[in-house]
Ligand binder design. Structure first.
Ligand code: N2P
Length: 428
């Protein structure tokens, strides 16, 4: 696939030199988030549908903020990008996304229109009451934030509460996703359990809570978590779990599916749970940024991603769950090994009792204790500052340790060399 990427990049350079930007499609997606063999297939399919040549230039990012900054500040000309819910909200608010022209796709190949999940449609509707995000974005993958745990070292009961991330029993073996919003939400939900149970606040309200008091409470909690943290990771956590180096990982459900399967092959047993207190439900969706140069190919690309067989391949390759509501997608996941669960909320009434992996598609009861994150606008800076204070202290403690060691070493060297000088003097 590397060869394909290099060739694609070279072709893009050549084409852009010759001025044919309309034959290049620049896609910017999360790392490990697609079956890359679908990219050349898209090129062939696009040619068959439109008679036009296209070369995909595919680039990846690890965190939303990197992608956002390239568009918000750098005005880069990506044609299709894949932000998460609260970033779609922010991009919508800032006018950074173009409306999608689904009607330009012929009906017989309009996979967007024919494969919507009612659940995803409503979630997109909930992003921003004033603007329907469904007109600007098409859901790609979705899931929850929760705990991946090593069942050989951690019980389901221990992993079933967010308190696990500061359980001293697992100190030094805890991995935390380096995604401030995905950590802040669950921690705040955990800290506000009493208020939630008493009905004084709702999960949805907590997702908008950027108050100084809540930020301070989460910061203080995370500083208590930090001494036990093995790593803050954007993408290596799943791998560390499969190797048995970490035993607890605050992570996304898609990474959990991938890790559980990989680990089983080397005799490590992992599982995933959404703690009882509640959590985030999230999704990522395709959008066409304002600075795109090839809107037509971008629209076709988004449509192609919604073709059920392509959605299934992307799912199987990455471990993440497609937002596609097609019955073929559900059928591809049926496995009698699992207990029946109610997925009517996602696939419609026929799916009220289906045998599907509950890590992939959580039961409605799990979804009911999860809420969608929201953009905080200007307050986002407060969150990012808090996050770097929490993580940054790690660097300073390490710096202090290194400085202390250097001081001890310098003292030893100085004392040895003065001993030598004294020794030489006494011989003279
Ligand atoms: C996969 C990234 C998943 C993004 N590497 C979850 N929002």
């Amino acid at each position: 696939m590397k060869k394909f990427l290099i060739l694609a990049a070279l072709s893009a350079v050549l084409l852009s030199c010759s001025g044919n930007r309309d034959q290049v499609l620049k896609v910017y997606n999360w790392s490990d988030y697609i079956d890359e063999s679908v990219l050349p297939e898209f090129e062939a399919w696009y040619k068959a549908q439109t008679g036009e040549d296209i070369k995909v230039v595919y680039q990846t990012f690890d965190v939303n903020e990197t992608m956002l900054s390239k568009i918000e500040k750098g005005h880069e000309d990506y044609d299709v990008v894949c932000p998460s819910d609260y970033i779609i909200e922010r991009m919508l608010n800032e006018g950074l996304i173009l409306p999608l022209d689904f009607a330009s796709i012929p009906d017989e190949i309009n996979y967007i229109a024919h494969n919507r999940s009612p659940f995803m449609h409503q979630m997109f509707r909930d992003i921003n009451p004033a603007i329907d995000a469904n007109d600007y974005s098409v859901p790609y993958m979705w899931g929850t934030s929760g705990i991946i745990y090593n069942t050989q070292k951690v019980t389901a009961e221990e992993a079933g509460t967010w308190d696990i991330i500061r359980n001293p029993k697992f100190a030094g073996q805890i991995l935390i996703k380096d995604a401030p919003r995905d950590v802040y939400g669950p921690v705040l939900i955990y800290l506000k359990q009493k208020e939630l149970k008493e009905g004084k606040v709702t999960l949805q309200e907590l997702m908008h809570d950027s108050s100084d008091a809540s930020l301070a409470a989460v910061e203080s909690y995370l500083k208590g978590v930090k001494p036990g943290v093995l790593g803050w990771e954007a993408d290596f956590g799943k791998d560390q779990m499969t190797k048995g180096r970490g035993v607890v990982s605050l992570n996304w459900s898609g990474d959990a599916v991938w890790a559980i399967e990989e680990a089983a092959e080397v005799g490590v047993s992992l599982d995933y749970i959404v703690p009882e207190e509640g959590s985030n439900v999230w999704f990522d969706g395709w959008v066409i940024p304002k600075y795109a140069k090839n809107v037509k190919a971008a629209t076709y690309f988004i449509d192609f991603m919604c073709r059920p067989d392509i959605a299934i391949r992307n799912m199987d390759e990455t471990g993440y769950v497609s937002a596609n509501g097609a019955i073929e997608v559900l059928e591809s996941q049926i496995d009698e090994e699992y207990d029946a669960i109610d997925l009517s909320y996602f696939f419609g009434a026929e799916a009220d009792s289906v045998h599907v992996n509950p890590v992939l598609y959580p039961d409605k009861a799990v979804i009911d204790r999860c809420a969608l994150e929201h953009d905080w606008g200007k307050d986002t800076d407060k969150l990012l500052a808090m996050w770097s204070r929490v993580k940054g202290d790690n660097a300073s403690s390490m710096t202090y340790i290194i400085l202390a060691l250097a001081a001890v070493l310098a003292a030893v060297i100085v004392s040895k060399s003065s001993k030598k000088r004294r020794h030489r003097k006494s011989r003279r």
